[in-house]
Design a protein. Structure first.
Lengths: 180, 147
């Protein structure tokens, strides 16, 4: 019996162990799913089946390289926000998402006079000047000039990762969770 | 960084194959051998370009809460508050930003109801309000970082 409820994702008692084994990353061996399976008590074929299922249902958002963007020279990190009328947010977002330099795009709640903005996007670039010109391009190209906007560049990064999401056992390190 | 590393990073940000020989399948698409791909990935991990090679889990689907939180902290108090906020194990990705709301971090809790408790605790310890901005919708972004 598992101490934790299996929930909708974990339909087999071995699933939490598989989830856990994958957290540190895939083994760099020719048959990684067989190696992971050994840790969780699954056969290679079972691991493949479970992973396909988790990917299909969205528990696994993506599978591949997770880069340290600062290491790659992406030091200009801008959060660009707008106050867009509620009935126009989706349309504005779909235009914004067409620009390849936009890495994330979300709708979030306004927070009174302190924070009137409801549409957020992130742009990661090599230098600030370039990112600023991309933002101008975005605002003009998406015909968003009428809406109040602000750009918030990051000036310091205190904690890029390392927090724990779920206390042990079954601990999920935040490094495997997408930054918001 | 050479062209091979660039191709690996650009080509493998998602969609890594789930089959018996995934490195072989991915390597073929990149015009590499299986051995070469494994070796380059090991290098990129060793030199810190990659933090991991594997799955990115979807936090909300795990049943937890994930939010973006902003605070307005006077410059003189900033380091103290940053230290207090970062001491919470539920806090990650804390950035200083150039706005009146100058501290922005991600809050992730195992149980959704825990989020409000942690927010209240952060406000109590630091003495400043924390503005919770959970995502209401996420829009599809096709391309990711290109190197």
């Amino acid at each position: 019996m598992s101490a934790r409820p299996l929930g909708p994702w974990f339909t087999d008692p071995r699933d939490p162990a598989l989830f856990e084994a994958l957290q540190g990353g895939l083994p760099l061996v020719p048959r990684p799913y067989a190696a992971i399976g050994e840790q969780a008590g699954y056969t290679e074929a079972e691991v493949i089946e479970r992973l396909r299922e988790w990917r299909r249902t969205g528990l696994i958002k993506r599978l591949g390289v997770i880069v340290r963007h600062r290491r790659l020279g992406y030091r200009a990190n801008a959060m660009v926000v707008w106050d867009v009328p509620d009935d126009s947010v989706s349309q504005a977002a779909s235009l914004i998402c067409q620009y390849p330099f936009v890495t994330l795009c979300y709708r979030r709640p306004r927070r009174g006079s302190e924070w009137p903005y409801n549409l957020f996007c992130m742009i990661h670039g090599h230098d600030r000047q370039r990112v600023e010109s991309q933002i101008r391009q975005l605002i003009e190209g998406c015909e968003m000039t009428a809406w109040p906007t602000a750009t918030l560049f990051s000036t310091r990064c205190f904690k890029q990762r390392g927090a724990r999401y779920v206390p042990a056992p079954g601990a999920v390190s935040l490094k495997s969770i997408e930054p918001v | 960084m050479n062209d091979i590393d660039r191709a690996i990073i650009n080509g493998l940000q998602g969609g890594f194959p789930v089959c018996e020989r995934p490195y072989l399948a991915a390597a073929e698409k990149l015009g590499l051998s299986e051995e070469e791909l494994i070796e380059r990935l090991q290098c990129l991990l060793d030199n810190g370009t990659l933090s991991r090679f594997g799955p990115m889990y979807h936090a909300e689907r795990l049943g937890g809460a994930l939010s973006l939180v902003a605070m307005e902290i006077p410059a003189a108090d900033f380091d103290r508050v940053a230290e207090q906020v970062n001491a919470f194990q539920e806090v990650a990705h804390n950035y200083a930003r150039d706005h009146a709301l100058n501290m922005w971090f991600v809050l992730a809790t195992e149980k959704p109801e825990r989020k409000d408790q942690i927010l209240a605790e952060i406000e109590r310890v630091t003495g400043y309000p924390a503005y919770d901005m959970p995502k209401l919708a996420e829009y599809f972004v096709g391309l990711r970082l290109e190197v």
